[in-house]
Design a protein around this ligand. Structure first.
Ligand code: HEM
Length: 193
């Protein structure tokens, strides 16, 4: 029997990383666009990097868990094309939002010669020696990734809400903490037909 709910570890990693990601995103934007009012001593920038850098470690755990544990099957009501699109969307979230974006921030700080203190506890080693000529390309990469993955994550949220409120197919409930494994989609599908 295939389970219709993610396992507790996958759910914990999903929601923990989602909370960190959104907070880090808002901190990054605030650090840059509210610099004079809120970030005169770079406190927001330091906090942004301290929090966001944890994603570099969590994503290793997350990918390892994802590759070694089954995920719930998508509902039969979704066409093969939609299922394929969902898979590609998830791949993009992993690759761009959880891997490339933090890596680009790490690279940017490295070429700028600025430290990254993970949760304020220890320093990440620089990826490269400081390099002025790489500062602008690194910044461009991080800013571009930050805004494009912001749109990607927003799309992910909108689609999850559509599954829940319009399709009512249990896809979102499969990722909610309280849901029991293996029953929710089935009961929901029954309710729909
Ligand atoms: C190792 C991880 C990361 C490092 C070292 C890092 C570093 C930085 C730095 C130095 C800034 C500029 C802040 C300032 O000028 O005061 C910045 C901006 C930003 N970061 Fe990160 N970042 C990291 C990960 C992330 C992640 C995971 C996200 C998304 C959740 C993110 C989203 C942003 C955003 C939205 C901005 C503002 C971009 C803009 O100028 O419009 N960063 N980051």
């Amino acid at each position: 029997m295939s389970a219709h709910s993610y396992n507790p570890t996958a759910k914990a990693l999903h929601w923990l990383m989602a909370a960190i990601w959104v907070t880090a995103w808002l901190l990054g934007v605030s650090a840059v666009y509210m610099r004079e009012a809120w970030n005169p001593h770079h406190g927001l920038t330091i906090t942004h990097k301290a929090l966001a850098s944890t994603l570099l470690f969590l994503v290793v755990l997350r990918v390892a868990w994802r590759l070694t544990h089954p995920v719930p099957s998508l509902p039969d009501s979704m066409s093969p094309v939609m299922k394929r699109a969902a898979g590609l969307g998830h791949l993009a979230l992993y690759g761009a939002a959880l891997i490339a974006l933090p890596l680009s921030g790490w690279f940017w700080s490295s070429v700028a010669g600025k430290p990254i203190m993970v949760l304020g506890l220890f320093q990440l080693p620089p990826l490269t020696a400081p390099a002025k000529e790489w500062y602008d390309p690194a910044k461009l990469a991080h800013v571009t990734l930050a805004w494009s993955t912001g749109a990607l994550v927003l799309g992910h949220v909108v689609i999850a809400l559509k599954h829940h409120f319009i399709d009512r197919d249990g896809v979102l409930r499969g990722m909610l903490p309280a849901a029991p494994s293996g029953t929710r989609l089935a009961s929901n599908r029954t309710a729909k037909v």
